[in-house]
Ligand binder design. Structure first.
Ligand code: G6Q
Length: 556
């Protein structure tokens, strides 16, 4: 049975096809009908050059996309889709500081943060590069002092622990990069990340810390986010209980924000504030001062290498023809499965312990960017947009959820991300890890026929259960080694993939109105939780739950 379901809860989505005003979509639909039943086994058998044809190296990063349900014609048609969508034009608009975030009237310039060239970048007639470079220099000076032990706490001890207080884009990127670049970290400086407003998170993070040796970074673009400000005030009180005097705050609290007034109101001297700008989206901000915790951990030079990696990918994205452009290819493959095969999700499967938080990071990067059902002009779309992005460490996933990818009823395109050289000296461990990655992509592609199952050794009962259909698509993204540079390249590749898909779907990938409603309702509900009278102003379920909580809250 072939499935091309409507792929959204949006009832307007009646088809999974891409915007039909792009003329190539008719051809793609026709081509899809021809290819949908073809097995990748046969494609490999027919084309000995398939691996060379469908793979691409960009510096530290190698993409093998030959295990996809594509032919040369598929890629030619998809590339035509990219051309018809004016990817090149939109890309230039983004890089040149045009306000492509139309609903917020903002430029989208995370690329300026890692611009290692000498080109100016203009926003409203002002070159933003001097400001960008000045903040990097300030971060470097500060991080250098903390790392060298020149920056001392109020009692004269050196800083041993940094706590980044932030959430969403002000947390996920730095946390993921900190974890990924463990081998590059300062040996005597630990970074902790507090995001959840569940008090257990901040309480647990602080329980083993010494206020005399702890530095807090309050990371918030707006400096109004309820979770972050609640945790920041808690940390401030915790610190003052020990330090006693507010004059010591300056040695222990710094802010990263665009909101100077709120930083001052919180009690942090603007001299201790690291600035960024409204043209940096939260989920694209790890390259900005939001990356201060990263720089503290890995140092200025490695932070610059991270930026350089992203810049190198930016340059590739800007200059490579669409047909040989890594982020464009990744995006087009995603569109192929999302809009033609009706795939609903995309798995991210790192085979590198240090990349285990990458799936969570990409969940936000992708789903907050392209989880939209209204296009740039405000019209409801009638095609599927952003996929559900999910995943976990691949090797652990093999013993957990891979069953569904192999033999379930869903088509789940998967990205396997693997480092060729490990940081430790355990070569036999690494060989086992890599063998498993290779085996999984091969098994997903080839499957196992009934005849093969019958001729395999072992119990011949329940043969139907032991057959694998195969034909499950995957990309392999290989890093020579996980370094600041290769990580920068990898992350920038995914950012641009998301951007390209957003353009094809005619979305604004840089706003996030969907997170607003819940925030507003939470503000309304908060005072109701401590009121004496039963709440009756919501729906029966919400009223019931509020009143249930009130009862337990009183008992405590
Ligand atoms: C990201 C989102 C969101 C944001 C957080 C934190 O693109 O906008 O995840 O980063 O809500 O916001 P603040 O940095 O303003 O606290």
């Amino acid at each position: 049975m072939s499935a091309m379901p409507a792929t959204s809860s949006n009832t307007n989505v009646s088809s999974s096809a891409v915007p039909m005003h792009r003329s190539v979509c008719q051809q793609l639909q026709h081509h899809f009908q021809q290819i949908r039943a073809r097995h990748m086994r046969d494609m490999f058998a027919e084309d000995p050059q398939r691996f060379e044809r469908f793979s691409l190296q960009v510096d530290d990063l190698f993409l093998d996309y030959s295990k996809n349900r594509i032919t040369a014609e598929t890629m030619a048609l998809l590339t035509q889709l990219a051309e018809e969508s004016d990817i090149g034009g939109w890309r230039d608009r983004m890089f040149s500081g045009e306000k492509i975030n139309n609903t917020e009237n903002r430029a989208v310039l995370h690329t300026a943060l890692r611009n290692r060239g000498d080109q100016p970048v203009w926003v409203d007639g002002v070159d933003v590069m001097p400001g960008v470079l000045a903040v990097i220099d300030r971060m470097a000076a500060f991080a250098g002092q903390v790392r060298d032990g020149a920056w001392l706490g109020y009692s004269g001890k050196r800083i041993t622990d940094v706590v980044n207080i932030g959430i969403g884009g002000s947390d996920l990127g730095p946390q993921m990069v900190y974890q990924a670049l463990k081998p590059y970290r300062h040996p005597d400086l630990k970074v902790h990340f507090v995001s959840n407003v569940d008090g257990d998170h901040v309480a647990e993070a602080l329980e083993a810390l010494d206020p005399e040796t702890t530095l807090f970074i309050v990371s918030s673009k707006t400096f109004t986010t309820q979770e972050t400000m609640t945790n920041a005030h808690f940390a401030r009180n915790w610190f003052l209980q020990h330090a006693q005097s507010e004059c010591h705050i300056a040695r222990h609290f710094v802010a990263v924000s665009t909101n100077r007034d709120a930083v001052v109101a919180f009690g942090i001297d603007p001299a201790q504030m690291f600035e960024f700008w409204d043209w940096v989206g939260g989920r694209y901000s790890l390259w900005s001062a939001i990356g201060l915790s990263i720089m503290l951990a890995i140092g200025h030079a490695h932070f610059l290498a991270l930026l350089q990696g992203a810049y190198d990918m930016d340059e590739h994205f800007r200059q490579a023809p669409l047909a040989q452009n890594m982020p464009v290819i990744m995006a087009l493959l995603g569109v192929w499965y999302n809009n033609f095969f009706g795939a609903e999700s995309q798995a991210i499967l790192p085979y590198d312990h240090y990349l285990r938080s990458l799936p969570m990071y990409l969940e936000q990067a992708d789903m907050e960017s392209n989880g939209k059902s209204v296009d740039r002009e405000g019209h409801a779309v009638d095609y599927a947009t952003g996929a559900i992005v999910w995943g976990a460490s691949g090797i652990n996933g093999q013993h957990a959820f891979y069953q569904l990818i192999h033999q379930g009823t869903k088509l789940i395109p998967a990205d396997f991300i693997v480092s060729m050289q490990q940081h430790d000296s355990l070569q036999s461990h690494h060989d086992i890890l890599v063998a498993n990655f290779l085996a999984q992509t091969e098994a997903l592609m080839r499957g196992r026929t009934l005849a093969e199952t019958q001729s395999s050794a072992g119990d011949q009962s329940w043969l139907a259960q032991k057959v694998f259909a195969g034909n499950h698509p995957s990309n392999a993204l290989l890093l020579k080694q996980l370094t600041p540079h290769s990580l920068g390249m990898l992350l920038a590749a995914y950012e641009h993939k998301i951007f390209v898909q957003g353009i094809i779907w005619n979305l604004n990938s840089f706003d996030q109105w969907g997170v607003e409603l819940g925030k507003q309702l939470a503000k309304q509900i908060l005072p109701e939780l401590s009121q004496h009278d039963a709440v009756t102003t919501h729906d029966a379920s919400t009223n019931g739950l509020i009143n249930y909580y009130q009862r337990w809250r009183k008992e405590r």
